[in-house]
Every structure is written in structure tokens, then in C-alpha cells.
Design a protein around this ligand. Structure first.
Ligand code: C2E
Ligand code: CA
Ligand code: CA
Length: 745
């Protein structure tokens, strides 16, 4: 065993796990201990006996002999009995600890180790063991001294008793002799202690006797004094031993108290360490979360939330980079494309924002699909505005090719939830050869080109031309003016007659809105209705149109009560989405005392597509309440004829383009014929619009088309002219006109 000190000493560790052994021995080695290791209980005992360690650390779970049994055997062997044993185990159950203490362990370390705790515990038990040993040694020395003293006292006592006995015998002899020879005053004792002399020489005998007696008495006295001295010494020693023992006990108590306090501190320490570890882990987790949040923030700052496309900020950086490149490399070519989804607002408002969002996501995907392989960037600027940067172009025509590819892809229907939605992409392009210095100038010009593309009929692209700037300015002006058009009374409702192709009579009118702009120009609805739809002003315009139409119809019903005129009113899909449309119409019917069939709503086929699957939609509500509905521009909305029956409508209006085609080829006639047959099968009335020639009229009549509308009969006119037409209409304008053409088919 080495010299005992808490900072060094021999530690024997027994564990079957080599990793644990390595970690622990390295740690204790670093702490200054001499470490021995054993991989099982049996070899631990053998090693402990071979060279007694100062402390043993035992793993509980070991193959063969477990830690408890190993400890039991160590404690049973007097040689190893005193060595403190600490258990280490992953078991944290209290009963295991109890069992450990029962077999004689001094402490427990639970796995996983906290190395500073292991070192602290080892040091604690080493110093406790050293103090205990020292106390025991001191106590043993005291006990030995006490025993020696006791033996001495007992020997003295025995000798005293012997001397007293001899004295008593002498006194007996003396009294006997005294009784026999009273005349002698002295007794000779010269031979009394060795030789017996039976002869009496009285005075000398008495003398000797007295002398001997005195000597003995003195001796007894002396011995008594010595005994007393010894007894005192013994008492003092006993007292000292008792005091020392009490002191030792006290120190022992104190040590135990200290040990308990230490244990408490250890518990606190390990709790603090556990807390520290937990706090560290929490800190680390917080740090990771912070980093992630930071990254997310950085990502969010540069991306559009909905589509995950780069946003304006990121796009501007890339665009600035491209502009800078042209400064050092004048031949460097790039293009900016401004792309806008056609009729997005209509889709978004009529099918709801969720569908709108879905459409934007799929659109973003389609754009990326085409643009990214060309080292391009697609960004979303908000709404349905997508901006594309095409870099490293060898030729500007590449940008136009990409625009065409995009438009082809966007003509494919979008399958969003239960809807099949059709849209298109209007694209404005501007090239780097315009000497741009600022990103905002590029965006402005691409935007202008995009508006031009929209104005030219959606779904196409336009390359920026400086003259477009004026057009864009006037559009902006138009947007502003449109807001004030109603309050300034600049809107007018025109009426185009709808005639029966069989009787030649005017059966009603289609109301068509006109805008008399303050500049003195008439602006076509084809121009301002799309703007009104995009800006949302269509709701107010639609409302004004409807009330105006009801007012006029009332007038005509009063003037021509028996004619049962039908006035068609165009409505935008945005109006369809307005809540309370059905109730509002009912109010109007009541207010103007008009029968339901007096007003017929015209809805374009393309705007109806999205609502085909919507149960209980306004359309059905309107239809159920008796309002008549007409599908406008039929044949242009990509809807399949087979789905016609799903539409709750009464009238089908064949688009002008079909009427035009009829005279061009046979296929055109066949198509119109199919549409008429189909509508007839569904008990729908058929109106052909855009009839401009007598040939067209004759063809339609021969195909059995019910009604017609077109410049051939009359252009849209103001209410006064329309009233005049009602009064002066000549049936043969329809019947007579076509007479020359009957029999064409
Ligand atoms: P639409 O509903 O298809 O109306 C028919 C358009 O064709 C009208 O143009 C009409 O003037 C024109 N038209 C009629 N017959 C002929 C013809 O024989 N030849 C040619 N080339 N054109 C003919 P307009 O009045 O310019 O209206 C354009 C579009 O504006 C309308 O197309 C309709 O979609 C929209 N619109 C007009 N008024 C309103 C309205 O009050 N509300 C809504 N929401 N849209 C309206
Ligand atoms: Ca119409
Ligand atoms: Ca139409």
C-alpha cells in the first residue's frame, strides 16, 4: 500500500468494458493516481491481494462474478477488508445502491461518468480511509499503554499482598512469643527470616523482632504509598484513555458529519453538473435554433414566401450584376422578361385565394422548368407578376424562343384541386442593348412591353420598343380615369338588336357598355373592361350597367308590353363571385316589376370553366331563381362540348370567329352544325353573333340557328336609336335578306 494521501495512491478498477476502463484510468491517471485495471471480479480480487490498492472501483455488471459478490469476498478477507470499494453502474435504482452498501461499499458512481465527479469521490474516500486508519493506529497505541500499566499495577498489588501476609504471620509469631515470655522486652530476629532459632535470648530477640517489624512496617508503608501512586497513575491513565476515546469518538462523529456534508455537496455538485450539462445542451440547442432562424430569415429576405422563388431583392442583385458586366464586357447579352398570368384576378376572385395560390405555385414551377436550364433566374414580385433574367445570351432571339416555349407550356390546363383552369402568359421583353444603367429602367420597360402584349390580345409576347412608353402612359391615365368615369357620367349603355332568324323580329337586345372619355373619344369595352377587371372597378361598372339595363327594359316593357323583349346583360366572372348577387337581382326584378325572363345574363364560356364543378355556386342559384343565363363566346373557352350539359344555362351564343369560319371552309360549317345539334339536344336556344354577311345569315338559317346578332342587322346603338328600331323594324331585313341565299347547303 502506498503512502496515504488523497492526491495519489493506487486505484484498482474492475470493469468488463474496455472503453470504460480506458476512460476512467486515463482520467484517474491524469489526476495523479496509480491505476491498476482488472476485467472481471476474480482477477480484481487476485490483483487486490497481490498488491493492496488504496481504493477499488467495481463495476456491478460483470460476467461471471458480479461486482456485489466481488465486494463481498474482498470484505470477507482480512487482508482486503479495509480497502474502500466504490461501485459504478448504470443502475440507478435505490435498491441496487442499498445492496451495494450492504455488501460493504462506501460509495456509488453512476454511468455515464462525470469524470470530475469520479475524481472528487475517489479523493474523498481516500482521505476518509486515511483518517480512519490513523485514528485506529492511535487508539491501538493508547490501548496497549493502558494494558501495560494495568499489568504493572496488578503486579505491585500482588507483591503488596504478599508483604502484608508475611507481616501478619510475623505479628502472630510475635504475639505467641509475647504470651510465653512476658518478661522479655526485646526479641532477636536475626535468624527469623532465614534460620529458625528456637532458643530464647529475650532482650535481643525482642529487639531483633521489633527491628524486623519496623522494617516490614516501613516496607509495607512504602509499598502502600507506591501502590497508591500506581493506582493514581492508573486512574490518570484511564482518565486519559477515556478522554482520548471520547475525543476520538468526537472526531469520528465530526468526520462522519463532514462525510455526510461532503456527500451532500457531492449530490449538489452532481446536480449542478447535470444542470450545467443540461444548460449547455439547451444553450447549444438555442444556438442551433438561432442559426436556423437566422438562415431562415436570410432565406425569407431573398425569397417569395408562396412560390419559394427568388424575390425582388435577390433579382435586383442579379440584375445589377448583369448590368455591371456589360460595363467591362460590352458584348455581354442578357434580357429581362416580365410575365403576367392572364385573367389571374378573375380566377383568384372567382375560385378563391387557395386556388389562386395553387395556380401561382404551379406557374412558378412551369417557369423554372423552362428558364433554369438556360441559366436564367425567375423571381416573383408579388401578385401574378413574374420576372425573368436570361443571362449569357449568344443571341437576343434566344429570349424570344424561351418566351414562346413558356407560352406553349402555359396554354396547357392547370389542374388545381378539383378545378381545371386555363390561363395564359403575357410576356414583355427588353434586351441589354438599350444601354441600361439602372435595374429599375429594365423592369419598367419590360413591364411596358408586357402591357403591350396584353393589349395585343393576351397570351403573346412583345419586345420593348420606346414608342410603347407612350402607350403605357396612356394606359396608366386610362386606369386613373376609369375610377372617375361613373361619377362623371361618362358611361353609356348601347344596345345591339338580337333578331329571330325565323320570324325576322327583334326579340331583344344585347346591352354593351361604352365609355365616352373626357378627351372626347369613345373607348371600347374590349379595351377598358380588362383594365376594370384587373383593378377591381368592374364591380362598380357592372352594377351601373345592370341598373341601367333594368331601367331601359322597364321603359321598353311599358312602351311595348306585348313584345316580351329579352335584354342581355354581360357580366364579368368577378360579379358572379360577389356575394348577394342573386338577392340583389331579385330586388331589381321586384323594383322594376319585370318578369325573370326579361333580363338574361351573358357569361363568357372561359370564365365559366372554373365554376363547373362548384356545387351550389351562384350560377345554379341564379338559374334556380328563374334568371336566364347565356353562355357567351361559345367555342373560345376550350371547354369540351361533352361538358356543356353541366352548365345550368338556357342560351348558347356561338362566337363570331365560328360564324366567320363558316364561309371560309366546310369544316367551319360542320363545327357550327355540331354546336347547334348539341345545344338543341340540351334544349338550349342558339344565338349566332357577328353576322356580317347575308351568306353567313343564310347558312345559319339553313342550319336551324334560332337567333342572330351582327352588323348585318344593326350595330350597337344608343337607347333612343334602339327604341326607334323597335318601332320601325322591318322583318324582311332578316327574312328577305337571306332569301337569295337559301339552298346554299
Ligand atoms: P361580347 O359580349 O362578345 O359583345 C359582342 C361584341 O361584338 C361587341 O363589341 C359588339 O359591338 C361586337 N359586335 C357585334 N356584332 C358584330 C359584328 O357583326 N361584327 C363585329 N366585328 N363585331 C360585332 P363591344 O361592344 O366592343 O364589346 C366588346 C366586349 O366587351 C364584349 O364582347 C364584352 O365581352 C365586353 N363588354 C361589353 N359591354 C360589357 C358590359 O356591360 N359588361 C361586361 N362585363 N362586359 C362588357
Ligand atoms: Ca356578350
Ligand atoms: Ca360574345
Amino acid at each position: 500500500m502506498t503512502d496515504l494521501s488523497a492526491d495519489n495512491g493506487v486505484i484498482l478498477i474492475a470493469d468488463d468494458n474496455p472503453q470504460n476502463l480506458e476512460v476512467l484510468s486515463e482520467c484517474l491517471d491524469d489526476a495523479g493516481f496509480e491505476v491498476r485495471v482488472a476485467i472481471d471480479g476474480a482477477s480484481a480480487i487476485a490483483k487486490a491481494v497481490y498488491q493492496l490498492p488504496d481504493l477499488i472501483i467495481l463495476d456491478v455488471m460483470m460476467p461471471g462474478m458480479d461486482g456485489f459478490e466481488t465486494c463481498r469476498q474482498l470484505k470477507a478477507d482480512p487482508r482486503t477488508q479495509a480497502i474502500p470499494v466504490i461501485f459504478m453502474t448504470a443502475l440507478t435504482e435505490p435498491e441496487d445502491k442499498v445492496k451495494g452498501f450492504e455488501v460493504g461499499a462506501v460509495d456509488y458512481i453512476t454511468k455515464p461518468f462525470r469524470l470530475p465527479e469520479v475524481v472528487a469521490r475517489v479523493k474523498l474516500h481516500l482521505s476518509l480511509s486515511a483518517i480512519t486508519k490513523q485514528l485506529q493506529a492511535e487508539n491501538n497505541a493508547r490501548l496497549q499503554a493502558e494494558q501495560n500499566l494495568r499489568q504493572m499495577v496488578e503486579q505491585q498489588h500482588r507483591q503488596l499482598l504478599e508483604a502484608e501476609h508475611q507481616l501478619m504471620e510475623l505479628e502472630i509469631q510475635l504475639s505467641e512469643k509475647n504470651n510465653g515470655h512476658k518478661e522479655f522486652t526485646e526479641i532477636d530476629f536475626s535468624n527469623s527470616l532465614g534460620v529458625e532459632d528456637d532458643s530464647f535470648d529475650e532482650p535481643s530477640w525482642i529487639k531483633v523482632f521489633k527491628k524486623t517489624s519496623d522494617k516490614l512496617k516501613a516496607e509495607i508503608q512504602e509499598r502502600k504509598a507506591a501502590q497508591e501512586e500506581l493506582s493514581k497513575l492508573k486512574d490518570a491513565l484511564e482518565l486519559e484513555v477515556a478522554q482520548r476515546t471520547a475525543e476520538l469518538q468526537e472526531r469520528n462523529e465530526e468526520l462522519k458529519k463532514n462525510e455526510a456534508m461532503l456527500q451532500k455537496h457531492m449530490v449538489k455538485l452532481s446536480a449542478a453538473m447535470a444542470l450545467k450539462q443540461k444548460t449547455m445542451a439547451e444553450l447549444e440547442a438555442a444556438n442551433i435554433a438561432l442559426k436556423e432562424a437566422e438562415e431562415q430569415l436570410r432565406y425569407d429576405a431573398h425569397h417569395d414566401n408562396l412560390t419559394k422563388l427568388p424575390n425582388r431583392l435577390q433579382f435586383m442583385d442579379a440584375l445589377t450584376e448583369a448590368i455591371d458586366r456589360t460595363k467591362t464586357c460590352p458584348d455581354y447579352r442578357y434580357a429581362v422578361l416580365f410575365a403576367d398570368l392572364d385573367r389571374f384576378k378573375v380566377i383568384n376572385d372567382s375560385l378563391g385565394h387557395l386556388v389562386g395560390d395553387e395556380l401561382l405555385k404551379v406557374a412558378a414551377k412551369r417557369l423554372k422548368e423552362i428558364v433554369e436550364p438556360h441559366n436564367g433566374i425567375v423571381a416573383r414580385f408579388g401578385g401574378d407578376e413574374f420576372v425573368i433574367l436570361l443571362r449569357d445570351l449568344t443571341d437576343f432571339s434566344q429570349a424570344e424562343t424561351i418566351a414562346e416555349q413558356l407560352q406553349t407550356l402555359f396554354r396547357q390546363p392547370f389542374h388545381l384541386k378539383e378545378y381545371e383552369v386555363f390561363t395564359g402568359l403575357s410576356i414583355g421583353i427588353t434586351f441589354s442593348n438599350n444601354g441600361y444603367q439602372l435595374p429599375s429602367d429594365l423592369l419598367r420597360d419590360a413591364d411596358i412591353a408586357m402591357y403591350q402584349a396584353k393589349a395585343n390580345g393576351r397570351g403573346c409576347y412583345e419586345v420593348f420598343d420606346p414608342v410603347m412608353q407612350t402607350v403605357a402612359m396612356s394606359r396608366l391615365q386610362l386606369e386613373n380615369d376609369l375610377q372617375r368615369a361613373i361619377e362623371r357620367n361618362e358611361m353609356q349603355l348601347y344596345y345591339q338588336p338580337i333578331v329571330s332568324l325565323t320570324t325576322g323580329e327583334i326579340t331583344g337586345f344585347e346591352s354593351l357598355v361604352r365609355w365616352y372619355h373626357s378627351s372626347g373619344q369613345w373607348i371600347s369595352p374590349a379595351k377598358f373592361i380588362p383594365i376594370a377587371e384587373e383593378t377591381g372597378w368592374i364591380k362598380f361598372i357592372g352594377q351601373w350597367v345592370m341598373e341601367e339595363a333594368f331601367k331601359q327594359t322597364r321603359l321598353w316593357y311599358d312602351l311595348f308590353p306585348e313584345r316580351n323583349l329579352v335584354i342581355n346583360v354581360n357580366i364579368s366572372p368577378l360579379q358572379l363571385n360577389q356575394s348577394g348577387l342573386s338577392d340583389w337581382l331579385s330586388e331589381l326584378y321586384n323594383c322594376y316589376h319585370l318578369p325573370r325572363q326579361a333580363i338574361k345574363l351573358e357569361i363568357t364560356e372561359s370564365s365559366l370553366l372554373g365554376v363547373l364543378n362548384t356545387e351550389g355556386h351562384t350560377l345554379r342559384q341564379l338559374h334556380q331563381s328563374g334568371t336566364k343565363l347565356c353562355i357567351d363566346d361559345f367555342g373560345t373557352g376550350y371547354s369540351s362540348l361533352s361538358r356543356l350539359h353541366e352548365l345550368p344555362t338556357d342560351t348558347l351564343k356561338i362566337d363570331r370567329s365560328f360564324v366567320n369560319r363558316m364561309v371560309e371552309d366546310e369544316g367551319g360549317i360542320a363545327l357550327v352544325k355540331t354546336i347547334i345539334t348539341l345545344a338543341r339536344g340540351l334544349s338550349m336556344d342558339i344565338v349566332a353573333e357577328g353576322i356580317e354577311t347575308q351568306k353567313q345569315l343564310a347558312l345559319l338559317q339553313s342550319l336551324g340557328c334560332d337567333y342572330g346578332q351582327g352588323y348585318l342587322f344593326h350595330k350597337p346603338a344608343d337607347s333612343k336609336t334602339a327604341t326607334y328600331l323597335l318601332q320601325s323594324w322591318q322583318r324582311d331585313r332578316v327574312i328577305g335578306l337571306s332569301n337569295n341565299f337559301t339552298g346554299v347547303i
